[in-house]
Design a protein around this ligand. Structure first.
Ligand SMILES: Cc1ncc(COP(=O)(O)O)c(C=O)c1O
Length: 397
């Protein structure tokens, strides 16, 4: 009999993954991008150029340079934040990460320990919620409307916590194309958020990975930019949504006390260098043109999905039209539990994200659902939403 390694596993592990069996015919989960919009021609030219020019530097960890990442990429991130989001940035403030998931983990590992609390938007990224739960961190939700975080509710939550002698470690926000609601926080709300964060002495963690996908083509100033060197905001972004998620290239922008501490925790000997070189080479000449094209593709898919939801669910489904990005956040009548639709939808070849995983309050989340329109084709959207609506009618009677 072979050795049973599971007998040596540590305690407290999450449940093991099942073997991957491919995607179902109608997949509306995850944050995948439009396959035809991946600029693989430009990326392959960029790879050739940059490798011919600098390929020998791959011989050294971190390309023989700073552990903060490839300088040309940090320079691009800094100049794009300045020109696209009114956020003057020094490349020395930028730390390249393996996707923004690694950025989330680095920020959490500097700031959080079990028993701490943080404030998040009432609907937020499931990957953030699961990480906070695994760390034993308590999460307080703040109400959202179409302009972003409701400042009146944030003031209430901060005051309540202060009365209890608790200071949240950070306020986590996805202000520009919120995941999952697709809203864009107004500048006024950003300023109000900063005022409250300063008043209560709480850091802001600004996760901006969809910020280049605003359909109108222009993004507001970042909260970090509005803080204007005040040190209140740790910022992260990613090329996952603007170029391709498989690249695993993200970044943090923070002040040196935070960056230097994160660097001491980033013990991976550097994020993948080839993808950093290729993204820098490509993006420094093609980024604006590429995201303009990508946004027009995503906007038309968003319209297709919105039309299909209205056509197939009628008055049972309500949603705000996303201002950008790749998701529609749908609300159903009270009493509907979207988690109960997951198994029958799976049997019909459809997968979606039930709202509970993207919500702080399970009751709020139960009647909501997140649908990704970024990856599926027009035909998949059309047929898949019809199939999902059939399942919905069968289950809800
Ligand atoms: C809000 C948010 N933050 C972070 C991530 C992680 O993205 P990545 O690690 O691919 O940059 C995602 C992915 O969907 C996200 O939606």
């Amino acid at each position: 009999m072979s050795f049973d390694i599971t007998g040596s596993f540590r305690s407290g592990l999450p449940s093991a993954q099942s073997q991957w069996n491919g995607y179902p015919p109608y997949s509306f989960v995850g944050g995948h991008n439009d396959a035809d919009a991946v600029p693989f021609g430009g990326l392959s030219e960029a790879a050739t150029f940059v490798l011919r020019r600098e390929g020998s530097s791959l011989a050294s960890y971190n390309l023989g340079g700073s552990p903060q990442g490839y300088l040309a990429l940090r320079e691009f991130v800094a100049s794009a934040l300045d020109s696209r989001a009114a956020t003057p940035t020094d490349p020395e403030e930028v730390l390249i990460t393996s996707g923004s998931l690694q950025a989330l983990e680095l920020v959490n590992s500097v700031l959080l320990e079990p028993g701490d609390c943080v404030i998040v938007e009432e609907a937020t990224y499931g990957g953030t919620l699961s990480r906070l739960a695994a760390l034993g961190v308590e999460v307080f939700g703040v109400a959202l409307d179409s302009d972003g975080i409701r400042s009146d509710h944030l003031a209430e939550v901060l005051a309540d916590l202060a009365v209890k002698g608790r200071r949240p470690k950070y306020i986590y926000t996805i202000p520009t194309v919120q995941n999952p609601t697709g809203s864009v926080m107004t500048v006024e709300r950003r300023l109000e958020l900063l005022v409250l964060a300063r008043e209560y002495g709480v850091a802001i963690f600004e996760d901006d990975c969809y910020a280049d996908l605003v359909f109108s083509g222009s993004r507001p100033p970042t909260i970090r930019g509005l803080d204007n060197g005040g040190g209140q905001v740790v910022y992260c972004g990613s090329f996952s949504k603007s170029i391709a998620p498989s690249l695993r290239v993200g970044y943090l922008v923070a002040d040196w006390p935070m960056t230097s501490q994160m660097l001491s925790l980033k013990t991976d000997a550097g994020s993948g260098a080839l993808e950093q070189m290729v993204v820098a080479e490509y993006a420094s000449t093609h980024f604006d043109e590429h995201v303009t094209h990508l946004c027009s593709v995503l906007k038309s898919k968003c319209n297709l999905m919105a039309d299909a939801i209205r056509r197939d669910f009628g008055d049972d489904a309500s949603f705000d039209m996303p201002k950008g990005g790749i998701f529609i956040w749908v609300t159903f009548p009270e009493g509907v539990d979207t988690a109960a639709l997951v198994a029958p939808a799976g049997a019909a070849g459809v997968e979606f994200n039930a709202g509970a995983g993207w919500s702080v309050d399970p009751v709020y989340g139960a009647r909501r659902m997140r649908l990704c329109f970024g990856h599926p084709s027009a035909e998949t959207i059309d047929e898949g939403i019809a199939a999902l609506a059939d399942v919905y009618r069968t289950v809800t009677g």
